[in-house]
Write a protein that binds this ligand. Structure first.
Ligand code: AMP
Ligand code: MN
Ligand code: MN
Ligand code: MN
Length: 279
């Protein structure tokens, strides 16, 4: 892995989903930290792209329109980042309207389950924290942490919001071929996000990547904010073995979370084709 810092960051969040900075605030911070090519990739939402583009235009940042889609494949959760998408593409807009409905129904169930366990008002609290943005588990976590149910957001996830815990609700997101199809239909590139976070065996990752490529995916996130150097190396190996281009993304959500590496990502290994060179 080269030690130079990447000027590209192709995975970030704003208040349009579970980030804490406004789209314009995110672009300003990225610019100040030396990012010259930035993708805004909110969860199942295009809502921040217009404001981000306006800010990027003023500052001279190259803003790549993006999204991070929630996918269920073989009962597993995958995240597929779409880059350089046309945000006016009808099937993409209809697809994320469906995901928004799924998120709303899930959030109501999460609230009801937590209510039964003696934690009232979680749905309303999370809804208020999300503002007009896409409602996520992160908003529940922030609300519960704020109410003193756990010391921090990470502890709320661990005790309440992951599989087997009271606030967890099994959810069927978009199918893999649907999500990749929406991205490609919108003229975009589909990137398998944070492959090392799925904690899959190599055999499962091979199956996942075969299905992703079959669906039309062409890129994998090689350099990722919370990756160790070994994780970056492992992801690069998947890119080489499957002939995928490589993406670079911090998954920045908030300046309050120290591990989010906005503006501090290492460059891709020299033999990996950067996803932006395929555009
Ligand atoms: P959702 O898509 O609504 O299920 O929310 C997923 C989001 O929750 C991810 O994008 C992360 O931002 C956040 N998240 C997931 N797991 C954790 C965790 N263990 N600690 C903190 N945040 C998490
Ligand atoms: Mn998130
Ligand atoms: Mn993700
Ligand atoms: Mn993300």
């Amino acid at each position: 892995m080269q030690t130079t810092t990447s000027t590209h960051d192709l995975h970030t969040h704003s208040t349009a989903s579970d980030g804490t900075l406004s789209p314009a605030g995110l672009v300003e911070r990225a610019h100040a930290l030396g990012v010259s090519v930035l993708a805004l990739t909110d969860h199942d939402s295009l809502g921040g792209l217009e404001a981000a583009a306006a800010s990027a235009c003023t500052l001279g940042v190259d803003l790549v329109p993006g999204i991070e889609l929630s996918v269920t494949w073989e009962k597993r959760l995958l995240h597929v980042v779409g880059l350089k998408i046309d945000p006016t593409h009808g099937p993409l807009i209809e697809g994320i309207a469906r995901l928004a409905g799924i998120r709303e129904a899930r959030a109501e169930k999460m609230g009801a389950h937590l209510d039964k366990r003696g934690i009232p008002g979680a749905y309303a609290g999370a809804r208020a924290l999300a503002g007009g943005g896409m409602l996520t588990r992160t908003h529940f976590a922030r609300y519960l942490a704020g109410q003193g149910h756990a010391p921090d957001v990470g502890a709320v996830f661990k005790h309440y919001l992951v599989r087997g815990k009271p606030g967890y609700v099994k959810t069927d997101w978009a199918a893999l071929d649907e999500a990749v199809g929406w991205i490609r239909g919108a003229g975009g590139t589909a990137v398998l996000a944070h492959p090392l976070r799925y904690r899959m065996t190599r055999a499962w990752m091979d199956r996942t990547l075969a299905a992703f490529i079959e669906a039309g995916g062409t890129s994998i996130e090689v350099v990722y904010g919370s990756n160790t150097p070994q994780d970056n190396h492992a992801a690069a190996t998947y890119a080489r073995r499957f002939g995928l281009s490589g993406s670079v993304g911090s998954d920045f959500h908030s300046p309050d979370v120290p591990w989010t590496a906005l503006g501090r990502l290492p460059a891709l290994p020299g033999d990996i084709t950067p996803v932006w060179q395929t555009w």
